[in-house]
Design a protein around this ligand. Structure first.
Ligand SMILES: CC(C)(COP(=O)(O)OP(=O)(O)OC[C@H]1O[C@@H](n2cnc3c(N)ncnc32)[C@H](O)[C@@H]1OP(=O)(O)O)[C@@H](O)C(=O)NCCC(=O)NCCS
Length: 182
C-alpha cells in the first residue's frame, strides 16, 4: 500500500528515477526517441533538489512511497504558467512507475495537489497533457474539462498539447477520502 506525503529535498534522487523511467515508458512514439535516450537521472536529481529546496515560490510536491521500491510516483503543482483565464493553479507533473499504475495512486496524488492549491488560495487549476497521451482519459475521469490546445516545439518536433481544467478543486480534494491506495 502506498503512502502519499509531501516531497523533501532528500527525495530528489528517487523522484528523478521515476521521472526518467516513466517518461521512457509513456512517451515513445509521442516524444522523439533521441530526447528520451538523453534523459539523465543525475541531471533530474539535481534539478529536483533545487526545486524542493526553493521556498521562494508557491510550489507543492508530493511522493507516493511503497515498500520495497521506495518512491513509486510523484506529483507537483503551483501557480498557472500559461494564461488560461479563470484558472489560478496548475498541475505541473504526475508520473508513476508502470508497476504502480492503475491502483488509485494517481487519484490520491491529484487529491493531495488539489488540497495544497486550495490551501494556497487557488480554487481552480489546469493541466497540460500531450493530446495523444492516453492519460488524458485519467484527467477526464477525474472531472477535468478540455479547455484548449496548443502546438509546442519540443526536441525538434511539433507536439500538440491539450489543457484540461477544474473550475472547482473541492471535489478533487475530497478524493483523498476515497479508499486507500491498493
Ligand atoms: C496518469 C497516471 C498518473 C494515472 O495514475 P493511476 O494511479 O494509474 O490512476 P488511478 O488508478 O488513480 O485511476 C483513477 C481513475 O482513472 C482511470 N484511468 C487511469 N488511467 C486511465 C487511462 N489511461 N485510460 C482510461 N482511464 C484511466 C482509472 O480507471 C480510474 O477510474 P475509476 O475511478 O473508475 O476506477 C499514471 O497512469 C501514469 O503515471 N501514467 C504515465 C505518466 C503520464 O502520462 N502522466 C501524465 C502526464 S501529463
Amino acid at each position: 500500500m502506498a503512502l502519499i506525503r509531501p516531497a523533501r529535498p532528500e527525495d530528489a534522487a528517487g523522484i528523478a528515477e521515476v521521472h526518467v523511467a516513466s517518461w521512457r515508458t509513456t512517451y515513445p512514439g509521442m516524444v522523439p526517441d533521441s530526447y528520451l535516450l538523453g534523459l539523465s537521472v543525475p541531471g533530474y536529481a539535481q534539478r529536483w533538489r533545487r526545486i524542493l529546496a526553493d521556498r521562494s515560490r508557491i510550489h507543492g510536491s508530493f511522493v507516493a512511497v511503497e515498500p520495497p521500491t521506495g518512491i513509486v510516483g510523484f506529483a507537483s503543482c503551483g501557480t498557472q504558467r500559461t494564461a488560461i483565464e479563470g484558472y489560478g493553479g496548475e498541475f505541473y507533473a504526475l508520473y508513476l512507475y508502470d508497476h504502480a499504475q492503475g491502483r488509485g495512486i494517481g487519484r490520491h496524488l491529484m487529491a493531495a495537489m488539489a488540497t495544497e492549491l486550495i490551501n494556497y488560495g487557488m480554487n481552480s487549476a489546469v493541466v497540460w497533457v500531450l493530446a495523444n497521451n492516453p492519460s488524458r482519459w485519467f484527467y477526464e475521469r477525474l472531472g477535468g474539462c478540455r479547455l484548449a490546445e496548443k502546438i509546442v516545439g519540443f526536441a525538434g518536433a511539433d507536439l500538440t498539447e491539450a489543457a484540461y481544467g477544474w473550475r472547482d478543486l473541492a471535489p478533487l480534494a475530497r478524493l483523498s477520502a476515497d479508499p486507500p491506495v491498493r
